[in-house]
Design a protein around this ligand. Sequence first.
Ligand code: HEM
Length: 157
Amino acid sequence: MSIAFRFVTSLLTVVLAGALTACASTPPATVTLYDRLGGAVTVQAIAARVIDGFATAPDGARAFDRVKLPRVKRGLGEFLCVLADGPCHYSGDDMKVVHAGLNISEREFNALVEHLRATLDALDVPQGAKNELLRRLAPMRRDIVSAAATAPPGDDG
Ligand code: HEM
């Protein structure tokens, strides 16, 4: 084995070892769900489009009748941002308080989720981020759907 060959192989070993050490010691950048959704622009677009679409849809119009939509869009944008670990502050009340008295049914809740799903697809949100957002929203059903609206007819408790 020539001296030149040995020199080149040991040099390569040193360079490779250095590169691997550098990789191992670089902390992984924290990629939040908020980033994966597309950040501020996409999250605000999600909130605005869902409210615009749902407020005029057959299952959404009843609840949003006489509601100031810009305020709800802003609140939903903040809420989704915080839910996705984004750099925001949600200034509204919790989901139970916000939706109390609106008598929201399972059917209406499902319709909103369908609007959300379609909006995420329209905005080209990656599948993984979409599923993760829907997974984080799912437990809110119990705070948003009111018992009165889900009880079978004639069953008042
Ligand atoms: C996962 C599902 C849902 C989430 C995360 C959600 C979230 C929110 C948020 C963050 C607000 C704004 C609060 C604020 O003022 O800052 C809001 C308001 C509102 N939501 Fe929802 N919501 C959901 C489902 C629904 C459904 C299914 C309906 C109706 C069928 C509905 C009807 C309303 C109405 C009418 C308001 C305005 C209330 C008011 O201030 O007068 N929401 N929602």
